[in-house]
Design a protein around this ligand. Structure first.
Ligand SMILES: *Cc1c(COP(=O)(O)O)cnc(C)c1O
Length: 680
């Protein structure tokens, strides 16, 4: 079962006006949704605010009662998730928030027309709109309300099913494993304790045992600013009972910690679920880690850095809780559905058993030296590029050449992902073409991705890409050699056309910042060669495809930390490299900005004074590595061979393998081996 919120408006639609991102509301439900089933009879009440009361029962035991001030109703909306050639259909159950009474007739009769619908409007706000991923913790009460709303509905649903099918509250963990997808649903820990203790009357120790055997926690990011903390006053206001429960969890947890660390105040302070300096805050990652039986990262490097950096105190306490599950992607969507040409071609040589047992796609490797396959392989790629070129033409009115190298970076816009490093390379190529020193193949560089609406620098990067694109695309001196495209509104639909049409996959994040990446896997599976750093799952992709089939550059995660602490002056790096000097000068001169040198002032100044993500430090290695990639591309047979080996060797990155690992090593489920399809 997958649980979530049935947002009326999902992630915003990105439009570009005058080279800038404009956010438009996403109206995905405006024409109805035939796949979902509204389960009007399946709903739960969720409380907010109010106060707690202590009452003594007949046997003298004290019970806590939470008397909420507001109650909203969560109504289930189910979407069947149908397995590929198996008899399993899972459920995606999303909750819509509604008012328990839709209309206050009393208020209406007294002439209060606004008031008569106010409760309904307020209740429905909770599932109205999704907060964009990278907004950072802007301390929004509504977001905490969303988190509690969805986890409370989900837990009540699980408990109802458990009790109706013969379970009792104390055996909940024997029937349910709950995987926390990042810290966003971590409030579920306090909610399960509340249900077990306050509603079902379990003793605290039993409730804690059940809870800590139910939950496991997946961390998804190494960015410290992305670890959620909530001001305690939000809890007092919204979830007073959960605040009491969290304090009790923390009190008992710190009692154990104090003994284990011999009273050393450093780790005690860092491990505490409550941050006590300044305004008191609840650390959701600490709550998740304290209550979960297993904690995992999403790539080998990420899981290692998790134990060494972000969660090192928890690791010192409980090393046995930590493990890795490298992410995967579904080969049904990202290969079978989106790349018919390649699927048919692979099928013509090795059959189609690999679609549900992706390790077996490796069998195509036996044909990697077959020159006729190289030609057919590149012909499929060209067809996919023609299809993408049509989309680009429709969206931007710019025509691109399907015989040029498609060099593609599509992902959310973020400084750590370094779209601006790619941009400095483009400016360098532009300068080389103008100087007559460019020796590589014609290139079409494609960008796509949304910036969080409040992330100023990410939006400036989008603007800079557009400005450079405008100048490059209209300069006759580089016509036929260099094109720069920003494809607006990158989403899964456009992704399905982009990955199959890519020659070169840009995975150039600062080492130590990308937890895993999954775009890197989708590109490689579709035969793109990667230019990338030793970051996230790039490390494992390179291990599997072979170092000779991967364009590696840049500082390692350890070197990044050293360099950031070195007190280096980014200006010295620029001064020591004439091509970088030229690129930075062109960017800051106003050449791309209609002569206004202040246009990218923020971006340029950030690079020259701070450059936290080491764009300038990795520039030379990146540009040289790009030249090597360009050189290989000129030899289409060599490129085709390496492309085939990429597809052949990334079967490991199937989501089937990843889910199998969760089921086996974290949830301890008995299960069938992969590929044991019932309907084949
Ligand atoms: C795969 C995917 C991502 C993740 O891309 P990364 O390169 O791993 O950051 C983001 N958005 C969409 C639409 C995707 O399909």
């Amino acid at each position: 079962m997958g649980y979530g919120i049935r947002y009326e408006h999902g992630i915003f639609v990105q439009s570009i006006e005058g080279g800038r991102q404009v956010e438009l509301p996403d109206n995905w439900l405006s024409r109805g949704n035939p796949w979902e089933v509204r389960r009007a009879g399946l709903s739960y009440d969720v409380g907010f605010g109010g106060r707690t009361e202590r009452v003594r029962d007949g046997r003298g035991r004290v019970h806590v009662q939470w008397i909420p001030e507001q109650v909203v109703k969560g109504v289930a909306h189910d979407t069947p998730i149908v397995g590929y050639k198996v008899e399993t259909v899972n459920t995606l159950r999303l909750w819509r928030s509604e008012s328990p009474e839709s209309f206050d007739l009393d208020a209406f009769n007294k002439g209060d027309y606004d008031g008569s619908v106010a409760a309904q409007v307020d209740s429905e706000t909770i599932s109205k709109v999704l907060y964009p991923n990278d907004e950072g913790d802007l301390g929004k009460v509504l977001r905490l309300k969303q988190q509690y709303f969805f986890t409370s509905c989900a837990l009540q649903d699980m408990m109802r099913f458990h009790l109706r099918t013969g379970g009792n509250p104390a055996s909940f963990h024997e029937r349910y494993a709950i995987q926390l997808n990042d810290t966003h649903p971590a409030i579920a820990i306090a909610e399960l304790l509340r249900l077990l203790v306050d509603v079902h009357g379990l003793e605290w120790d039993t409730a804690w045992e059940v809870t800590s055997r139910s939950f496991a926690f997946t961390n998804h990011t190494l960015l410290p600013e992305a670890l959620e903390t909530w001001p305690e006053r939000f809890f007092s206001q919204l979830l007073p009972r959960h605040l009491e429960i969290i304090h009790e969890v923390n009190r008992r947890f710190l009692d154990e910690v104090r003994i284990r660390v011999h009273g050393d105040p450093g780790p005690i302070e860092r491990l505490s679920i409550i941050e006590d300096k300044g305004e008191r805050r609840i650390r959701m990652a600490n709550l998740a880690a304290a209550a979960s039986h297993t904690i995992n990262g999403v790539s080998s490097l990420h899981s290692e850095l998790l134990t060494e950096r972000v969660m090192s105190d928890f690791y010192a306490l409980w090393p046995e809780k930590f493990t890795n599950v490298t992410n995967g992607i579904t080969p049904r969507r990202f290969l079978k559905l989106s790349n018919h040409g390649l699927v048919d071609l692979i099928g013509s040589r090795i059959g189609n058993h690999w679609i549900s047992d992706l390790d077996r796609i490796q069998e195509i490797e036996e044909h990697a030296d077959d020159a006729s396959l190289w030609e057919e392989w590149q012909a499929v790629k060209r067809q996919n590029k023609v299809r993408l070129a049509r989309r680009i033409g429709r969206a931007t009115s710019i025509s691109v050449d399907p015989d040029s190298m498609f060099d593609v970076q599509v992902k959310r816009i973020h400084e750590y992902k370094r779209q601006h490093l790619n941009l400095l390379h483009i400016i360098t190529l532009y300068n080389r073409v103008k100087l007559g020193t460019y020796a590589g193949p014609p290139r079409t560089v494609v960008f796509g991705g949304k910036a969080a609406p409040g992330y100023w620098m990410a939006k400036e990067i989008i603007e800079a890409i557009h400005a450079v694109a405008r100048a490059v695309n209209r300069d006759p001196a580089v016509r036929g050699i260099l094109k720069v495209i920003f494809l607006p509104d990158f989403n899964v639909t456009s992704a399905q056309e982009i990955y199959p049409a890519s020659d070169l996959s840009e995975q150039i994040s600062t080492a130590g910042y990308e937890a895993s990446g999954t775009g890197n896997m989708k590109f490689a599976m579709n035969g793109a060669l990667t230019i990338g750093t030793l970051d996230g799952a790039n490390v494992e992709i390179r291990d599997r495809v072979g170092a000779e089939n991967f364009f590696l550059f840049g500082l390692t995660a350890d070197e990044v930390v050293e360099r950031q602490a070195s007190g280096r002056n980014p200006r010295d790096i620029v001064d020591a490299d004439p091509e970088l000097t030229a690129a930075m000068e062109l960017l800051s001169s106003g050449f791309f900005a209609g002569g206004d040198p202040d246009w990218f002032g923020g971006l340029v100044k950030n690079l020259l004074t701070n450059d936290h993500f080491l764009v300038l430090d990795d520039y030379r290695a990146y540009v040289d590595c790009q030249a090597e990639a360009g050189g290989v591309y000129l030899d289409q047979s060599e490129w085709a061979k390496r492309s085939i080996l990429n597809t052949a060797r990334v079967g490991y990155f199937s989501s089937d393998r990843a889910i199998h690992e969760y089921a086996d090593r974290i949830w301890a489920l008995p299960q069938n081996p992969p590929g044991s399809s019932l309907l084949d």
